[in-house]
Design a protein around this ligand. Sequence first.
Ligand code: C5P
Length: 406
Amino acid sequence: MSILRGKNILLGLSGGIAIYKSASLLRRLTRDHGCNVTVVMTRSAQAFMTPLVFETFSGKEVITEMFESRSGIVGTRHIDLVQQADLIAVIPASANIIGKICAGIADDALSTMLIAARPEKTLIAPAMNHNMYNHPVMQRNLAQLRGLSYNLIEPETGELATAEEGWGVGRLPDEKTLLFYLEKACYAQKSPALRGKKVLVSGGPTREALDDIRFISNPSSGKMGIALAESAAKQGAKVVYVSGPSSLPDPLGCETIRVVSAEAMKTQILQHFEEQDIVAMAAAVEDIRPKVKFAGKLKKQAIPEQLPLERTPDILALLGKNKKKQLLVGFSVEVEKGIEHSLKKLREKNLDLIVLNDPGEPGAAFAGDTNRITLITPDGKANPLPLKSKEESAEAVWEQLLKPEA
Ligand code: C5P
């Protein structure tokens, strides 16, 4: 279940063309995440979009004035609403509202609420023209906000509505990224067990080359690894994600290292292993590779009929042999006697948890969005979970691994 479920959110909207994205974000928050959202709009925000849009999506009166209320609520409501809110998010945040926060100006409903709110539970998503964003005063203001423990959602570089070249820094990130940071800010208020932990996750397949064009691989998409990495990052862990070849974008909030072969994955993981608290090997490391790699592209006639193969290094077994403080999580795909074989693997590789995927189960396929997993612990206990999204499955893995001992 999303950490955002049932949360009270004050969504502040200031003037910027990116406000159109906030309408769909609001819809996601209320409809998909069950949040209770009160929208506050500055005067310039209302020049871009009417409050009616946000009133419809939030199901509530939109606050536009400091001292007036259609429902006749008293003049202290800005304080009450801030106190009731789990999060205050200004999306998009204009140069003007950022300047007001930094100067302590409270001259309308939104700026007054912001000065009544703790920086730790406030998110600011700057979105503006690149010249405005790069202005030294803006950069100074943003540095000040960071120093004051505000949660900044950094803008992206990309297409801008107002840049002369049509391109620059200052674009509001997409909905998925905004939701990631809202969830992260919610977790930060709960002190989750993963907070501050160093976590390495691997994901995706590996490719074992026969020549410069051909390789042996498998259909792993990297979705489960990404879900694990993002879930840990959301909960405040410092995450390194080592990814085999995958067409998916890097997980949010993580340092991603891209590799191709099992050998390269091993090198990267060993390089980072010592400082980690947790390593989760969700990668579908290819078990075999051609003994010889040919340069260029082999002529069809030159491909040997019998291809000499060898095993790739078993990275997880190597980690299990060398582990000190680290908690190790492995994944297994078994077509029969899943629990028995997985438990054997857990013991052989010296793991703290193994996650069994049954490829025969509907919904537990390699590249899908859902998974049906069984969590198996060193004491031999198996906890089969119902069909879940990969994000929810990832949360369940972390919860099981960090469960306080009974
Ligand atoms: O032994 P098996 O390949 O079934 O084990 C699966 C687990 O071991 C997965 O967590 C996978 O990431 C890891 N593994 C590995 N190196 C390999 C093969 C698998 O680390 N060469």
